[in-house]
Design a protein around this ligand. Structure first.
Ligand SMILES: Cc1cc2nc3c(=O)[nH]c(=O)nc-3n(C[C@H](O)[C@H](O)[C@H](O)COP(=O)(O)OP(=O)(O)OC[C@H]3O[C@@H](n4cnc5c(N)ncnc54)[C@H](O)[C@@H]3O)c2cc1C
Ligand code: FES
Length: 507
């Protein structure tokens, strides 16, 4: 079965690699939901922009999303109120409402056929347990209503048949049809999109001078740069500043499956349960039947060995609620958690902007980030800029335990460096498999492809040197320390690492 998301079936427009130096007002690094959205809004605001994307547009986390458009954050409303107070909790959800409205406006104005639809969302009792959660859900529904949101407690939600809160007016769309629609509006009149163009080196001439970014052996000169790479690149920040930002982030891998439901009659809706990690379900009408996308079973990137088995576990769970579901796809990707559960969006160094830490709401928050960064660059006031500023102070009672999150680095660094390896010979390596082997006394990350050819790499992550782990589900090398991901030939899929794993010569 393909490990490719449901959305990737469509053909995206193609853009050529950058082959000349140029000058723009703003350079956007990264062509996912955040990068394309911010470039589109900046162009609309009269700025010239260039988007550079290392691979093809929207193939990394945006291509793996399930695209629930919701203002209901991963942090429950009572947790938001406890951590941030009522006014800020309301502001966080209102920011999400505004972002979804923005997407709807773009879809309407640009006439983008991307299956956008307003549908309800249900936060329901856990699919795993039998605990009675009615009182808790009822209290959350009352709190949401008090704060001005259209919520309603229900003794039993459809499909999942558990107590739930029904939130009106959430939405869904096809994320890649949407992005294809807005991407084609960006090039022209001094603006560009380049694929297969990786930002390799950043230089800034003082606080006011131009920023120069090297890619494909050429240089882009710009007045501001937006780092839209999900896990931020260092860019023109100092290394200590970039490292400090990194300590506020934790990448998690989340799994999803897609399934046809013949003659399905379930209502089109979004569902999330109260488990931790939570399960999430989206049911869309498709032809005469329905299509369900179901996800969950998250773990910290690089820290689970049973990656492929998680698809089977998801399928079993989906059958509990939709017994006729016929799974035809499966995939996984990363969500980036932040220290206090809210995204980090804004200027981190003079004229360098980042947007990250979206948790499971990166499509909504990616759009919000585009609006916030556009406003900061054009000098427009935005009422949410302080709330999401990367420099905000840690609030009392935040969800993050700095010590335990950041102790993982020395733990994995020592543990995996001391480990013996999974064998001493390439003969133990099956096709499509990767293993950490000890060959001639040296540790290597060895991979054998479908045709039997092997690739040997140094297994030390190019970020800070932890030993990468094989991810069978995505045939990638993932780092357990800060979540960098590398393809089976060593190229970077996701940061914070910025350089590929080094090749080892076969002896
Ligand atoms: C399984 C799953 C389910 C999810 N479900 C939802 C959901 O239902 N609702 C929701 O709102 N969110 C959801 N999310 C989260 C959401 O999809 C992401 O937060 C969002 O797509 C991130 O978008 P992005 O543009 O910031 O990052 P990405 O999509 O990762 O894009 C970053 C881009 O930067 C490029 N890049 C990196 N380095 C460089 C470089 N040096 N030079 C050039 N380009 C570079 C990468 O190639 C990549 O294309 C889900 C995520 C997953 C994995
Ligand atoms: S050591 Fe930090 S991501 Fe690998």
């Amino acid at each position: 079965m393909p490990t490719v998301s449901h959305w990737k079936k469509i053909r995206l427009p193609r853009f050529t690699p950058m082959n000349r130096s140029l000058e723009v007002d703003v350079l956007v690094v990264g062509g996912g939901m955040t990068g394309i959205s911010v470039a589109y809004l900046l162009k609309k605001a009269g700025r010239t922009v260039a988007v550079i994307e290392r691979d093809r547009l929207a193939q990394v986390d945006t291509g793996s999303t399930t695209a629930h458009l919701t203002y209901v954050t991963d942090l429950r409303i009572h947790q938001l109120v406890k951590s941030f107070g009522r006014d800020r909790a309301r502001a966080v959800w209102n920011a999400g409402v505004t972002a979804i409205d923005q997407i709807e406006r773009i879809v309407r104005n640009e006439k983008i056929a991307c299956d956008f639809k307003r549908i309800p969302g249900f936060l329901h009792a856990s699919l795993d347990g039998e605990k009675d959660e009615r009182r808790e859900l009822q209290r959350d529904a009352e709190l949401a209503i008090e704060l001005g949101f259209a919520a309603e407690f229900m003794a039993e939600a459809p499909i999942v048949r558990r107590p739930a809160i029904r939130f009106k007016n959430q939405a869904r769309f096809h994320p890649l049809k949407y992005l294809a629609g807005i991407a084609t509006r960006i090039p022209g009149r001094g603006s560009h999109i380049f694929e297969r163009t990786e930002a390799k080196k950043f230089e800034a001439a003082g606080k006011q001078g131009a920023i120069r970014v090297h890619a494909n052996g050429r240089v882009i000169t710009c007045g501001a740069v937006v780092i839209a790479t999900d896990v931020p690149l260092t860019g023109i920040s100092s290394v200590p500043a970039a490292a400090a930002l990194q300590t506020k982030l934790a990448p998690y891998t989340s799994y999803a499956i897609g399934a046809r439901i013949k003659n399905g009659r379930a209502p089109e809706a979004l569902f999330w349960d109260t488990s931790s990690p939570y399960y999430y379900l989206r049911v869309d009408a498709e032809g005469k039947g329905q299509y369900a996308v179901f996800g969950g079973l998250d773990h910290k990137t690089g820290q689970a060995k049973d990656t492929i088995q998680r698809f089977g576990a998801l399928e079993k769970k989906l059958r509990q609620v939709l017994p006729d579901a016929m799974v035809d796809r499966r995939w996984s990707g990363q969500v980036i958690e932040s220290h206090d559960g809210l995204p980090l969006i804004g200027e981190t160094t003079a004229r360098q902007f980042v947007a990250t830490g979206y948790s499971g709401n990166g499509i909504t928050f990616g759009t919000l980030a585009a609006m916030l960064i556009r406003d900061a660059i054009v000098g427009r006031r935005n009422r949410w800029s302080k709330l999401f500023a990367p420099q905000r102070k840690q609030v009392h009672g935040g969800v993050w335990n700095y010590l335990s999150e950041n102790l993982e680095y020395p733990y994995y660094m020592l543990k995996d460096r001391m480990a013996a390896g999974e064998g001493k010979s390439l003969r133990s390596l099956r096709r499509n498999q990767g293993k950490i082997l000890k060959l001639n006394g040296a540790r290597v990350a060895a991979y054998r492809d479908a045709r039997g050819r092997t690739t040997l790499l140094q297994p030390e992550c190019t970020h800070l040197g932890c030993v990468v782990q094989w991810n069978e589900a995505e045939t990638s090398w993932d780092c357990p320390c800060h979540g960098s991901r590398f393809g089976c030939t060593g190229k970077v899929i996701a940061g914070p690492a910025e350089t590929p794993l080094k090749r080892v010569k076969k002896k």
